[in-house]
Design a protein around this ligand. Structure first.
Ligand code: GLU
Length: 516
């Protein structure tokens, strides 16, 4: 890279950040860190009508949770601030004025009625392109058709106006996208976009380009939905005399529905029961009703599993390797390996990643996480015991909460027993062995997996029964279910006193298998 890399993530605070947005932020972050550069967070809030309270905080919290660190932004500050567009208004007006003065933009005074009359005229003339452009602008009320005196008078009278870009009629606009290679668009396909609205606020296009320039952004990495705007941005760079400083562009592929049919939406999440937002939130929907939605965080995904999963939606390292923590992602990321094709969202893959990361999580870390869940349920466990439960269970679950839900027997005596196992395995022999085991356990104060095993062996030997025949019944008496991690480990965690009570409870309540 010839210049110090500076990238930006530029969300509009209009509601929750969809995971597609988080992926854009992640790729920006990975790219910046890979090249020793800076990551800027810029809040694009020029569209006041779509501004939503709490959205900016949501974005920050989501990025924090996902481990995407911002170097400069509204919170961090930095030498290129302010980082909220609503605080930068004067910049945009200055550059729009420069364009007007140089004849590259113009004032347009057309009212809504005049604009719709234009569209009607064009429709009647069977023109399919109903836009304000090089052809239609000559028939409208703007500073190109009115005299300088008229324009001055209109402005002085306070007549509302917008500033439009004077897009050339015939010009080829070329753009070398890092993902898509050359994109060539003819200027006749672009309308005379509004740069400054009647309320004095800039539109997205102007504000975005001016800020990328002033913030010395070297690479614009953003979603594919912005690709149609890119030629217009290229034109703006040229008109403003900033061609030399124009950033490189990379437009990222779409995130697709699980079946690949169209863009992934919130509705897909509702339909299939998976989150499409990083963290839980509550924001107004299109009709203004508040809507609560689930997040990956609340659904029990670990942040590192989430970012690994997300990084692979549209990028791959070119090898078979799949487990990449953040540092490894930083070390391996390159835009060259971002695909052009949309990436299908696959929640089973997200679950697989979660399993992998859960397995590798330290027992202490997991225990700390789990103790919060247990506190809510008013359950406690001796020191060190919870770590043992985590060690035994973490390979068998996808989400931390399942350590509790699938391993409830570690914490409470079973209130229910697997009926199938009862029917098949609760035999006289089993009860005999369990009865003997129970008596032996009464003499124990503590159990290790080894001492549990030798106590059981003695009981089996005494009754002349092989372990294989009664193993499941013993497990059933202690846990209520027929499967799980090593039973001796389970016994050592539950401890002799509670085991005695559980065995007694099973003997007292379970019906013996019928023998014909
Ligand atoms: N404010 C735009 C958005 O919400 C930013 C697009 C861009 O990165 O240029 O996605």
């Amino acid at each position: 890279m010839d210049k110090a890399v500076r990238v930006r993530f530029a969300p509009s605070p209009t509601g929750a950040l969809h995971i597609g947005g988080v992926r854009t932020a992640l790729y920006n972050f990975l790219f910046a860190k890979r090249h020793g550069g800076q990551m800027v967070l810029r809040i694009e809030d020029t569209d006041q009508k779509r501004w939503v309270a709490g959205a900016e905080e949501y974005i920050k919290e989501a990025l924090d949770w996902a481990g995407i660190q911002v170097d400069e932004g509204p919170e961090q500050g930095g030498e290129y601030g302010p980082y909220r567009q609503s605080d930068r208004k004067e910049h945009y007006q200055r550059y729009a004025q420069q364009l007007v003065d140089e004849g590259k933009a113009y004032y347009a005074f057309d009212t809504a009625e005049e604009l719709s009359a234009m569209r009607e005229r064009l429709t009647a003339a069977k023109v399919s392109n109903l836009t304000y452009n090089a052809i239609t602008r000559v028939q409208m009320r703007n500073s190109l058709t009115l005299s300088p005196e008229e324009v001055k008078a209109l402005i002085e009278e306070g007549t509302p106006y917008v500033i439009r870009l004077k897009v050339p009629r015939k010009e080829e606009i070329r753009l070398n996208d890092m993902v898509r290679d050359w994109v060539v668009v003819h200027s006749s396909a672009i309308d005379d976009k509004v740069l400054i609205k009647a309320d004095g606020m800039p539109t997205y296009h102007l504000a975005n380009v001016v800020d990328d320039y002033l913030m010395k952004i070297t690479h614009v990495i953003r979603g594919e939905e912005w690709l149609p705007s890119a030629p217009l941005h290229v034109l703006l760079y040229k008109f403003l005399g900033w061609e030399e400083q124009m950033p490189h562009f990379a437009h990222l592929p779409l995130l697709l529905k699980p079946d690949g049919n169209g863009k992934l939406s919130k509705r897909d999440g509702d339909k299939h029961g998976f989150p499409v937002f990083p963290i839980q939130g509550e924001f107004p929907d299109k009709e203004g009703n508040r809507e609560l939605f689930n997040g990956f965080r609340e659904a029990g995904y670990l942040p590192d599993a989430f970012t690994n999963f997300l990084a692979f939606l549209g990028w791959n390292p070119g090898t078979e390797e799949e487990i990449f923590d953040m540092q490894k992602l930083i070390d391996s990321f390159s835009i060259d390996r971002v695909s052009k094709a949309g990436a299908k969202f696959d929640i089973t893959k997200a679950n697989w990643y979660n399993q992998q990361y859960l397995k590798n999580r330290s027992n202490d870390g997991l225990a700390a996480h789990l103790s919060e869940i247990l506190e809510d349920k008013a359950l406690t466990m001796g020191p060190g015991q919870l770590e043992k439960v985590c060690a035994l269970m973490k390979e068998r679950v996808t989400f931390p909460i399942e350590i509790w839900s699938k391993g409830q027997y570690f914490f409470e005596a079973p209130s229910d027993y697997d009926k199938k196992v009862v029917k098949k395995k609760w035999t006289e022999e089993a009860v005999m062995v369990l009865d003997s085991l129970k008596e032996k356990l009464k003499n124990e104060k503590e159990l290790t997996a080894e001492s549990a095993k030798s106590t059981l062996d003695i009981a089996l030997e005494e009754k002349g029964v092989g372990l294989g025949k009664v193993m499941q019944a013993i497990r059933l008496a202690i846990t209520g279910v027929g499967g799980g991690p090593d039973l001796m480990e389970i016994m050592s965690i539950i401890g002799p006193e509670k085991l005695v009570q559980r065995i007694q409870q099973a003997i007292d309540t379970l019906p013996l298998k019928q023998t014909q």
